[in-house]
Design a protein around this ligand. Structure first.
Ligand code: ATP
Length: 258
């Protein structure tokens, strides 16, 4: 599809195209298209930009990932379709494993995602086929199947675009969880230790940039960033941003350009 450069929703439409392309390649599940739509709605309300509260969460995430002994990035279809390069770059920066973990798991989709990530430069992708031989208790979906070399033994799991059940299950296992979710009201957003309320497309780029900078900080500085971080405050700021924005818009003359 050709989207003119002047189109006011160009960025959003280009992202949509990536998701659709991911679906055509067998990477994104049909349900992933709907989940993306829910995200788009919140992005619209947030003004489609990265706010300070997201930046704060990104910095805390990178600090936590750098301090972790065994960080793992859990990748689903939408994440793989939208930010494959950024996930690989980030994994290299923070020395993390990459693991495929799917709600709607099929062997074909696992393999399509692993192949897609390898095509973008990933050296190893866990959680494919027999490698997903361990089980996380208390989860009923196919997401309970994990790699014994990955999520099972991780101390911190970065789960962009997660569902609430899994975030809660990972927490119960004593893992630190970092999520990216445009919806500050979702169970994922509320259950995670750190929630980046931003579009994964924008957030992942900033995460790579921050990882490059923060890699050189000493341990004490990183620990201080985490000690000063409050996820509840960040979620409140996200909601207040939506509220203030709508308040302002609802009391002004509505033009086409918001
Ligand atoms: P929960 O189970 O946590 O309450 P949910 O039922 O909304 O949440 P899903 O149906 O898995 O969970 O929805 C996926 C979530 O991902 C949604 O909350 C949506 O806002 C978010 N999301 C979708 N696309 C993006 C994106 N590109 N960037 C960030 N977040 C996104």
């Amino acid at each position: 599809m050709i989207i003119p450069p002047s189109h006011p929703r160009r960025e959003s439409l280009l992202i949509r195209e990536k998701i659709v392309e991911g679906y055509r390649r067998g990477i994104v599940a049909l349900e992933g298209l709907i989940a993306h739509g829910r995200g788009e709605c919140f992005d619209y309300l947030l003004g489609e930009k990265t706010h300070d509260f997201a930046l704060k969460a990104i910095k805390a995430s990178i600090a936590l990932l750098l301090l972790s002994k065994y960080p793992v990035i859990s990748v689903n279809g939408n994440t793989a379709a939208l930010v494959p390069r950024e996930i690989i770059e980030l994994a290299e920066m923070i020395d993390a494993k990459i693991e495929v973990n799917l709600f709607y798991r099929t062997r074909e989709r696992e393999e399509a995602i692993a192949e897609w990530l390898k095509k973008h430069g990933a050296r190893e992708v866990l959680g494919v086929g027999e490698d997903a031989s361990a089980t996380i208790p208390e989860l009923f979906s196919e997401r309970r199947r994990v790699s014994p070399r990955g999520i099972l033994v991780a101390d911190t799991v970065f789960v962009p675009l997660e569902d609430g059940d899994r975030t809660e299950a990972l927490k119960r296992l004593g893992k630190k969880v970092i999520a990216v979710d445009l919806n500050p009201l979702s169970r994922t957003a509320r259950a995670a230790d750190i929630t980046i309320v931003d579009n994964i497309v924008r957030a992942a780029k900033i995460m790579v940039k921050e990882a490059k900078i923060m890699k050189n900080k000493d341990r004490r500085e990183l620990e201080e960033i985490i000690a000063n971080y409050n996820n509840n405050e960040v979620l409140q700021q996200a909601l207040k941003t939506i509220l203030n924005r709508l308040e302002k818009l609802s009391s002004s003359k509505l033009t086409i350009d918001i």
